[in-house]
Design a protein around this ligand. Structure first.
Ligand SMILES: Cc1cc2nc3c(=O)[nH]c(=O)nc-3n(C[C@H](O)[C@H](O)[C@H](O)COP(=O)(O)OP(=O)(O)OC[C@H]3O[C@@H](n4cnc5c(N)ncnc54)[C@H](O)[C@@H]3O)c2cc1C
Ligand code: SF4
Length: 472
């Protein structure tokens, strides 16, 4: 019986070794492991896994191809619904999505859908992919491309939302141009998620190249709202529709004394300087001060990434979080990896002041112990300070990881584009905003969320843009 086979474990780099390098933590499956794991799938008539996937990848179909050893066919199945499988196979929270719904998970362990997706994408990006493609098919994804239809669409932002929207439109024959503010494409995938979870050259760049192979052009170093505005894209450059996928890159701070001291970073800045400016590499002239002892404030995935990065840069690192371990919003896998690598956790603790030395550098953080009170609006028990429990944590770097919001620039420079109270762009289910011809999706609408939700929103908006242009 297929489901009697235990889930095939994935090999990982030794925690003691990886705590000192930026190589990928997980090695992924090899061919034999992937085929064995794929053989566990029951090929359910009503596959719940597909309903759990925000872009509805035809999971049992691609898994069947893996089990039979036809990895190119598996890649072609995935390409029908996803333009970033090597990324999603690595960073999606599968435990709450496809794998969370897998029927095998009811009494045992679900099929390792994410690891299989990663295997297929890596296989396709490997040596066996010659890049040769039959006419009408893209080189990397195997997805069919329609003949050019003469319509131009602008996409703002090259994160997962923008890339997914651009891919679908390009496959349907649109001429798609992406404007990206930074000097590298990829959004958070490039500047936020660290190399040890998502290798940039080996994985991300290949997926971006696959999007470009569909005919999508990407122009970096263009800040829409500064370099050019949306009305100019319509009136002067002849775009018929615009998709805004500008993410939520504006960091929040606590508003406590000492946040302006040298040695205090937002997680976004700390990670960007490491990922995009390669602070971790000796051959780059853009190092970063990780300090001797670093405190990361927050308990989400971004906090885990920042802490694990600071550790690899040589800092003895502590996560400071105001609730208990049960409420940590980070994925369990990330918390487990952080602990294995030697990150300390100071739980039920909140900073009240960052302390500086005579030169204006961080020398420590005054914190207060917390206890859990009544549930708040999120349903989680809210943390309440314990009077008189203040204490000082010695540190020379503080990294604030308290969440991010959408940047208001585009809305402020585009008449008629409305924002919600939380700062996201107002958009309906299809991505249509309050301005005709302008669509939006991903973190720019929802606030900080996930890669696959951003991709799903980008794809929905692509369909709406197609209908809008055809209906004009
Ligand atoms: C450190 C970190 C780790 C994360 N880990 C995970 C994870 O493991 N799994 C997961 O599913 N999600 C994770 N997320 C969340 C996920 O990365 C985001 O939800 C997702 O990237 C949102 O995609 P997006 O396309 O909407 O925006 P983004 O990825 O933010 O991309 C937006 C792009 O738009 C560009 N831009 C912004 N303004 C302009 C402008 N005016 N003109 C031109 N370009 C502009 C930005 O430079 C950026 O490149 C993580 C986030 C962070 C910060
Ligand atoms: S729910 Fe699980 S067992 Fe069923 S088709 Fe999906 S992956 Fe296979």
């Amino acid at each position: 019986m297929a489901n009697k086979i235990p889930r095939v474990p994935v090999r990982e780099q030794d925690p003691k070794v990886r705590a000192h390098n930026f190589e990928e933590v997980s090695y992924g499956y090899n061919k034999e492991e992937a085929m064995l794991e794929a053989s566990r799938c029951l090929h359910c008539k009503k596959p719940l896994c597909v309903t759990g996937c925000p872009v509805n990848i035809r999971i049992p179909d691609f898994i069947e191809q893996v089990a039979g050893g036809d990895f190119d066919a598996a890649a072609a199945v995935i390409a029908m619904d996803s333009s970033l499988p090597a990324v999603c196979g690595r960073v999606c929270p599968q435990e709450t999505q496809c794998e969370g719904k897998c029927i095998l998970g009811v009494k045992g362990e679900p099929v390792a859908i994410g690891k299989l997706e990663r295997f297929v994408a890596d296989w396709q990006h490997g040596d066996q992919n010659t890049g040769a493609a039959p006419d009408g098919f893209s080189a990397c994804s195997g997805a069919p491309i329609a003949a050019p239809n003469g319509h131009k669409v602008a996409v703002i932002g090259s994160g997962p939302a923008g890339l997914a929207c651009a891919s679908d439109l390009a496959k349907w024959g649109y001429q798609v141009h992406i404007f990206e503010a930074l000097h590298k494409a990829g959004g958070v995938l490039a500047y936020g998620i660290p190399e040890f979870r998502l290798p940039k050259d080996k994985v991300l760049q290949k997926e971006i190249d696959a999007v470009k192979a569909l005919g999508v052009t990407i122009e970096t170093d263009v800040i829409v709202g500064r370099t050019v505005n949306i009305d100019e894209l319509f009136d002067k450059e002849g775009y018929e529709a615009v998709f805004v996928g500008t993410g939520a890159g504006l960091p929040r701070f606590m508003g406590i004394p000492g946040e302006n001291l040298s040695g205090v970073f937002s997680a976004n800045e700390f990670l960007t300087r490491n990922n995009l400016m390669k602070a971790f590499r000796d051959d780059y002239m853009t190092p970063i001060h990780a300090g001797r002892k670093a405190c990361v404030v927050g308990g989400g995935n971004v906090a885990m990434d920042a802490a694990r990065t600071a550790l690899r840069l040589g800092a003895d690192t502590t996560i400071v979080y105001r609730r208990s371990e049960a409420e940590l919003p980070a994925r369990q896998e990330e918390v487990h990896h952080a602990k294995e690598e030697g990150i300390h956790f100071e739980l039920l603790t909140n900073p009240v002041e960052i302390l500086g030395d005579e030169n204006g550098w961080v020398r420590g953080m005054k914190c207060i112990r917390m206890e859990l009170g009544e549930p708040d609006a999120s349903g989680r028990r809210s943390p309440v300070p314990v009077p008189g429990s203040e204490f000082i944590v010695e540190c020379d770097t503080v990294i604030m990881s308290l969440g991010t919001s959408p940047n208001p620039l585009i809305a402020k420079t585009t008449p008629g584009l409305e924002r919600t109270r939380k700062g996201g762009l107002v958009a309906d289910e299809s991505g249509a905003t309050t301005r005709e011809g302008i669509f939006a999706g991903g973190d720019a609408v929802t606030g900080a969320a996930t890669v696959i939700l951003a991709m799903g929103a980008g794809r929905k908006a692509a369909s709406a843009i197609d209908a809008y242009i055809k209906g004009k």
